[in-house]
Design a protein around this ligand. Structure first.
Ligand SMILES: N[C@@H](CCC(=O)N[C@@H](CS)C(=O)NCC(=O)O)C(=O)O
Length: 218
């Protein structure tokens, strides 16, 4: 039975799942949900996911949303080994901490800055929001101190979440250049993640293109 995957490639959490699917060599049945046309608010989709967010999957009748939960599920169910989400309690706890930070702090910062632009409510990012970015870069840079990957010595599902958010955020807020660990890390992800271009870069290019057009139109 093929997994149904509700997606739109500009979305960072969708791209995090794209990267995980690629790593696992999993084929899915892709069903695009156009957020600009509010397709996520249609009754059939809300019936599936009352939070009306993408990514959402349906695996043999089992419905799941939230990219972090989806990637943990996909690895637990379909990976040949546990390297992307180790069962070791402390390794997994660090990955979970990184995932919660990404979901509640880093991605949320992007949503606060960019959502008003995407939905035509603003053409600028207020300075106070813009200026908060460095504080988050500084934290992520410290997570990476002495370790190549975001949760330690090996690539895990946390990396799919960080690169999907950072690859867009850093193009809009280029002060990341000051944070050498993040710059090295982003290159490592590009070089080592399977199908990086189709799974992440193409969606990032669209996402950043839309945002830059709006910001330049001011
Ligand atoms: N924590 C969620 C965030 C999902 C999310 O907010 N997705 C956005 C697109 S980037 C969405 O579907 N927004 C539509 C809505 O909130 O109605 C995840 O990691 O999947």
């Amino acid at each position: 039975m093929t997994i149904d995957f509700y997606y739109m490639d500009i979305s960072p959490p969708v791209r995090a799942v794209n990267l995980c699917l690629a790593a696992l060599n999993l084929e899915v049945n892709k069903k695009e949900i156009n957020l600009f046309n509010r397709e996520n608010l249609e009754p059939a989709f809300i019936q599936l996911n009352p939070q009306h967010t993408i990514p959402t999957i349906v695996d043999d009748g089992f419905v799941l949303w939230d990219s972090h939960a989806i990637n943990a599920y996909l690895v637990s169910k379909y990976a040949k080994d546990d390297s992307l989400y180790p069962k070791d309690i402390q390794k997994r706890a660090t990955i979970d901490q990184r995932l919660h930070f990404e979901g509640s702090v880093l991605f949320t910062h992007g949503v606060r800055c960019f959502l008003p632009l995407f939905f035509g409510l603003s053409k600028t990012i207020p300075d106070d929001q813009r200026n908060q970015t460095d504080q988050y870069y500084e934290m992520v840079d410290k997570f990476l101190e002495g370790k190549p990957w975001i949760a330690g010595d090996q690539m895990t599902i946390a990396d799919f979440s960080y690169i999907s958010t950072l690859s867009g955020l850093t193009q809009i807020f280029p002060s990341v250049e000051k944070y050498k660990n993040i710059c090295t890390y982003m290159e490592l992800c590009k070089q080592n993640m399977k199908d990086y271009d189709s799974a992440n870069q193409q969606g990032v290019d669209k996402y950043v293109g839309i945002l830059k057009n709006i910001l330049q139109s001011e």
